[in-house]
Write a protein that binds this ligand. Structure first.
Ligand SMILES: Cc1ncc(COP(=O)(O)O)c(C=O)c1O
Length: 410
């Protein structure tokens, strides 16, 4: 059998396409298109590969899955069962993590907008760290921690220094002074970690190197100001596992390790917060061709409403009904939203003989697609989870209505 899209759980034999142990043609029987499918074994493989590599390179390392990449209950449940922590940005995500019984010491929570309830719940539940993006939040957290008689670990998010980046602290002199003062005076917080999440879809090793240099510089600046940091958090930003070969990942970790060593940084633990790498290539869409034109435009019954460009995914398109044919004919693919702007791909290599009704497989769709999906008035797709030769529906738009996190109250 031949792998499709660099993913060993998507294979073809002649004109038959298999998703793990299940023939794609069988799946179409369960539901009309468009449908979304997640491959459990792929998520588990991605986690284990990432984990193995960091454990080989670093003395002490932890992974915190970035829930925003995909916060479906069943997906986060798989991740939890592999012993991975959670990186959260909202109270709804925190409620979901509680329902899934993530241990508090495996939860990092924070972001640019820390509302009082989110801080309160994080503190009451004794989560490992709150991540602060602006200095003004430090005092707020200290006051709330004092009220509940707790000492809260804090992680400082450092600005990536890329052009136009507004997230995180720059550690200018006055900011360092302020942090030092808080460190001395605020008895209900302690600074334990620094974080820099550099970018998304980082294919170039230099981006990881830059991030490591930025973090070592921040570590030293804080140390020289009397603020001793224990842990270093590199954030996420890895591409889909199918896009980044293991050898490249290994090289990245070894480079990071060497930079920290060469700079004499004495840290206790290193953290990573991958989102896309763990789930991106485990998610696929099956859509259908609803129209074609003379000049090789095809129109699918799915579009940027649920398969958004904003997700920055490495989408790949295949004619699943003619999977044995060579895909070498330039074709443009339009989505279902009635605007000329809903283009999924232009001049994409597709098969020659295209027919209305053909099924189209879209791979690498597991991360940020649902997160950035919008409420354009089309029905949401059914979502299935496949594991070996079992399949079950984890989302039915007719019954479940919405996959929004509002479904997970405290
Ligand atoms: C702080 C932080 N950590 C982790 C992530 C996850 O990134 P990715 O899914 O690209 O690995 C993000 C994404 O924006 C982030 O902002």
């Amino acid at each position: 059998m031949k792998k499709i899209s660099g993913n060993q759980y998507i294979k073809k034999k002649g004109n038959i396409l298999y998703l793990d142990g299940i023939e794609m043609a069988h799946i179409s029987k369960y539901s009309d298109t468009p449908i979304m499918i997640f491959l459990e074994a792929r998520i588990r493989d991605n986690i284990r590969n990432f984990k193995n590599l960091i454990e080989k390179e670093f003395k002490k390392a932890s992974i915190f899955y970035s829930f925003k990449a995909n916060y479906l209950y069943e997906i986060c449940e798989i991740i939890k069962s592999e012993g991975i922590g959670a990186e959260l940005i909202s109270l709804s995500e925190l409620n979901l993590a509680h329902r899934l019984k993530f241990p508090p010491n495996k939860i990092l929570a924070g972001g640019p907008y820390l509302d009082k309830k989110f801080i309160e719940q994080s503190i009451i539940n004794e989560i490992e760290e709150i991540v602060v993006y602006s200095i003004s939040d430090i005092n707020r957290i200290n006051s709330i921690a004092k009220k509940y008689n707790k000492i809260q670990n804090l992680c400082l998010r450092i600005n990536s220094q890329k052009y136009d980046s507004r997230l995180g602290m720059n550690l200018f002199k006055h900011e360092l002074n302020q942090i030092r003062l808080y460190n001395e005076r605020c008895k209900n917080i302690q600074f334990t970690t620094i974080l820099s999440h550099y970018s998304t879809q980082m294919n170039n090793i230099n981006q990881f190197t830059k991030n490591a240099e930025l973090l070592t510089e921040a570590f030293k600046k804080l140390q020289n100001s009397g603020v001793k940091i224990k842990n270093i958090n590199f954030g996420g930003g890895f591409p889909e596992a199918a896009i980044m070969p293991q050898s490249q990942l290994k090289l990245i970790f070894s480079k990071i390790h060497n930079i920290l060593k060469d700079q004499g940084i004495e840290y206790e633990e290193i953290y990573f917060e991958p989102g896309r790498f763990l789930v991106g290539d485990a998610g696929i869409f099956i859509a259908e061709i609803i129209k074609k034109t003379e000049d090789r435009w095809i129109f699918l019954n799915i579009g940027n409403n649920i398969c958004p460009k904003f997700s920055k995914s490495s989408f790949r398109f295949y004619n699943a009904s003619k999977i044995d044919q060579s895909h070498k004919y330039k074709t443009s693919i339009a989505g279902i939203i009635p605007t000329d702007q809903d283009v999924l791909a232009k001049n994409y290599f597709f098969n020659d003989n295209i027919e209305v009704g053909d099924k189209v497989l879209i791979t690498n769709a597991g991360a940020y697609t649902l997160t950035f999906s919008n409420r354009f008035p089309y029905e949401l797709p059914s979502i299935f989870l496949i594991n070996e030769d079992t399949i079950h529906k984890i989302f039915d738009p007719r019954k479940d209505h919405d996959f929004s996190l509002k479904l997970f109250p405290a």
